[in-house]
Design a binder for this molecule. Structure first.
Ligand code: GDP
Length: 422
C-alpha cells in the first residue's frame, strides 16, 4: 500500500495516431517495467503474424489482457522511474470520446497530464479538445511531448514551429506547461534516455519531466462528505455503505444526511477485513451503523458534519461538455441529472454560453442548442433538491453527468451551486 500511496497518476492524451500507445510502450520498456518475458511474448506474436514489433503493441496487448480479465486492474498501467524511484500509474484512454467521458465523470482521476503531439501533423483538433477538458478539470500539471521527431529529421525549426502553435492555444486556455520535450517514442529519443540526435535540446527527458510533477494530496483536509451508495443488511444490522469523498469521518460523530435532514450518530464504522475502525479518510469505502438503527439513510443522501451549512439546491450552474451526436435542444426533454449517487429528472433552464472546444470560439448562446463536442454554461433545474459543491471545492460532489435513458449525453462540473439571478 505504501508504494501505491506514493505513486502518481497521469493521463496520456493527444490526437489519434500521434503516438500515445507507442509512448506508453516505450516508457514501460525503457524503464524495465514490463513483466518478465512480456517483450519476448510480444515479439513472438509479431513474428507469427509476420509484422514488425511496434511499441504500441505492448499497450494493445495489455488492453487485450484486461478485456479477457487476465490482469485485474482496469485501464491502468504501472511503471517506475529509475531516476527518482517514483512509481507511476498511466491512465489509459483508448478512444477520443471515451477519454472525455472518463475524465469528466471522474472514472479517470489523473493528477497530471502528458499531452502528445506529433510534430509532422502538428496541433490537431483532438489535441485542442483534450487540452480544453484538462483545463476545465483544473489539472494544471501538463507536460507536452512533441513526438515523431525522427519523422522530421530531428529538425529544431519544426519543433519550434509546432511548439509556438501549441503555446498560442495553451496560452489562450491559461495552461503553462511544466515541460515541453521533443521526443521520438518509436526510436526512444529523450523518453527515458537522452537523445544524441537532438544536440540542440538540453532540457530534461520525458521521464525526468514526469519526476517534476507534484503529488496531489487526497482531499482529507476538505470538509467531510459521505454520499450513501446503498443500504445493506449485515448480521441483522442495517448498514449505509459508500465512499468517503472528502474529509475524515470518525466513530461517534453526528452526521446530518440531506436531503431529508436526518441527524444520526455513527455507532460503528464497518470496513472489510478490519475490526474496531475509529476513522475513515477520503477515498475509503466503508459502511456505517447508526445509534438510530431504524433510520438508515437511503442511496442518494449525503452525510455532512452536524452544524455545517449544506449546499442544497434545485437550480445551479455548470459547465457542460455535450457528448451525444443528438444535440441538446431547448430544455432537453427527458434528461436525468446524476451527481455521485444522487439522481433527479432535470431540465435546462438556460444556455448562458456556448463554446467550440476545439477553436475556443464563442458561439451564439441564443441558438438554444448544444452540439456534440460543444461546451455550454448551463443553468440546470432539478425536480427535487440535490446536494452539490463547486467542483473546485469538492470534486466528487461537483462533477455530474446528464443521462437520456441510460445513456450519458453530457458530462460537466458545477460552477455555482445556486442560480438566484435567473
Ligand atoms: P495513438 O493513437 O496516439 O495511441 O498512436 P500510436 O501509438 O498507435 O501510433 C500511431 C502510429 O504512429 C504507429 O504506426 C506508430 O508506429 C507511429 N509512431 C508512434 N510514435 C512514433 C515516432 O516517434 N516516430 C515515428 N516515425 N512513428 C511513430
Amino acid at each position: 500500500m505504501a508504494a501505491e500511496a506514493e505513486s502518481l497518476a497521469f493521463v496520456m492524451v493527444g490526437h489519434i495516431d500521434h503516438g500515445k500507445s507507442t509512448l506508453i510502450g516505450r516508457l514501460l520498456h525503457d524503464t524495465d517495467s514490463l513483466p518478465e518475458g512480456k517483450m519476448e511474448e510480444i515479439e513472438e506474436a509479431a513474428r507469427a503474424e509476420g509484422r514488425d514489433v511496434e511499441f504500441g503493441y505492448i499497450v494493445d496487448h495489455l488492453r487485450e489482457e484486461r478485456e479477457r480479465g487476465i490482469t485485474i486492474d482496469t485501464a491502468q498501467t504501472f511503471f517506475s522511474s529509475k531516476t527518482s524511484g517514483r512509481d507511476y500509474v498511466i491512465i489509459d484512454a483508448p478512444g477520443h470520446k471515451e477519454f472525455i467521458k472518463n475524465m469528466i465523470t471522474g472514472a479517470s482521476q489523473a493528477e497530471a497530464v502528458v499531452l502528445v503531439c506529433g510534430v509532422f501533423e502538428g496541433v490537431q483538433e483532438q489535441t485542442k479538445r483534450h487540452a480544453y477538458v484538462v483545463k476545465l478539470l483544473g489539472l494544471d500539471q501538463v507536460m507536452v511531448a512533441y513526438n515523431k521527431m525522427d519523422q522530421v529529421g530531428y529538425d529544431q525549426a519544426r519543433f519550434l514551429e509546432v511548439k509556438k502553435d501549441m503555446g498560442e492555444f495553451l496560452g489562450r486556455l491559461g495552461v503553462q506547461p511544466t515541460l515541453e520535450v521533443p521526443i521520438s517514442a518509436k526510436c526512444g529519443d529523450n523518453v527515458a534516455l537522452r537523445s544524441e540526435n537532438m544536440p540542440w535540446y538540453d532540457g530534461p527527458t520525458a521521464v525526468e519531466g514526469l519526476d517534476l510533477f507534484r503529488k496531489i494530496p487526497s482531499p482529507t483536509e476538505k470538509p467531510l462528505r459521505f454520499p450513501v451508495q446503498d443500504v445493506y443488511e449485515v448480521d441483522g444490522e442495517r448498514v449505509a455503505a459508500g465512499r468517503v469523498e472528502s474529509g475524515v469521518l470518525t466513530r461517534g460523530q453526528a452526521l446530518r444526511f440531506l436531503p431529508g435532514d436526518q441527524l444520526l450518530r455513527v455507532r460503528e464504522i464497518v470496513q472489510y477485513g478490519r475490526d474496531g475502525v475509529e476513522r475513515a479518510e477520503a477515498g475509503e469505502c466503508i459502511g456505517l451503523v447508526f445509534d438510530q438503527a431504524d433510520e438508515v439513510p437511503p442511496r442518494g443522501r449525503v452525510g455532512y458534519p452536524e452544524g455545517e451549512a449544506a449546499n442544497m439546491t434545485d437550480r445551479f450552474r455548470g459547465t457542460v461538455f455535450w457528448l451525444s451526436p443528438a444535440p441538446l435542444e431547448g430544455e432537453g426533454a427527458g434528461l436525468t441529472f446524476k451527481c455521485s449517487t444522487q439522481e433527479q429528472p432535470c431540465r435546462v433552464a438556460a444556455i448562458r454560453e456556448r463554446i467550440d472546444s476545439g477553436s475556443l470560439e464563442h458561439l451564439p448562446a441564443d441558438a438554444g442548442r448544444l452540439e456534440e463536442t460543444e461546451v455550454g454554461e448551463l443553468v440546470l433545474a432539478t425536480d427535487g433538491p440535490v446536494v452539490l459543491e463547486s467542483f473546485y471545492d469538492v470534486q466528487e460532489l461537483g462533477r455530474f453527468v446528464l443521462l437520456r435513458g441510460r445513456h450519458v449525453v453530457a458530462g460537466g462540473i458545477v460552477t455555482h451551486t445556486q442560480d438566484a439571478a435567473v
